[in-house]
Design a protein. Structure first.
Length: 234
């Protein structure tokens, strides 16, 4: 490093308040160093208050003038630098869907030839073993073969909890009208009276629909099975 660069480095460190340690006499075995004018620290001067604000150190070999700011007094103790903790970004709580809006999960499956079942699941992920047996019995009663197995799908509403979207009954009916694919001439069995009104509004007026209680009600109240059976054969 040249004498000019070393002088600038020391001046920058002094301006930052970092103590500069320079040997005042030759150290045994040390390599020769550049000749620099010693600038004492404030702590080394008996009457530091009389010092000028800045002194000028001249490098004799380069003739470059560098203004050296007197170093700050040595610190009493080493203190760890405390970095400010960045504030955590505010996370908006998910906006719950208005309970007045319809919420449902529908299992849609072919029940028997010419029949489409639309089953309200409520809060359960799928049918229980007893509900499967009940649906299978209804299927066979409507003329399906023992090995009849139609495709099924799940329909959920609302699609998300975005508060900017319409989750009302009108939007639910419009969405169901596109999501329900009823073959022409087929009839629909809706199990779940809470969703039957939305399904009826979404289906074409010419589609025959039979509404019945939810599967849990049919299992817990046997007399409702007779009413459903009479409605299917009306």
């Amino acid at each position: 490093m040249s004498g000019g660069d070393e002088g600038q480095r020391q001046a920058y460190l002094a301006a930052l308040g970092l103590p500069l340690w320079t040997a005042r006499y030759d150290l045994p075995g040390a390599a020769s160093s550049l000749s620099l004018m010693h600038v004492p620290f404030c702590a080394d001067i008996p009457d530091a208050a009389e010092l000028p604000v800045a002194t000028e150190a001249v490098l004799p070999d380069q003739g470059v003038s560098v203004t050296a700011v007197p170093a700050a007094p040595p610190r009493q103790g080493r203190q760890a630098t405390v970095m400010p903790t960045p504030a955590a970004p505010a996370v908006a709580d998910p906006v719950p869907v208005n309970p007045a809006f319809p919420r449902f999960v529908l299992r849609v499956q072919a029940l028997a030839p010419g029949w489409l079942a639309i089953i309200a699941l409520g809060d359960v992920p799928d049918l229980s073993a007893q509900e499967y047996r009940l649906v299978s019995g209804i299927s066979h009663a409507l003329g399906a073969a023992p090995d009849f197995s139609g495709p099924s799908s799940l329909l959920r509403w609302p699609l998300n909890s975005n508060p900017r979207l319409d989750h009302g009954a009108g939007a639910a009916v419009e969405w169901l009208s596109h999501a329900l694919k009823v073959p022409e001439g087929w009839r629909c069995l809706v199990l779940g009276e809470s969703v039957a009104v939305h399904v009826r509004a979404a289906l074409p007026a010419a589609t025959v629909m039979v509404a019945g209680p939810a599967l849990a009600t049919l299992l817990s109240m046997p007399q409702t099975k007779k009413s459903l059976w009479l409605s299917l054969h009306a």
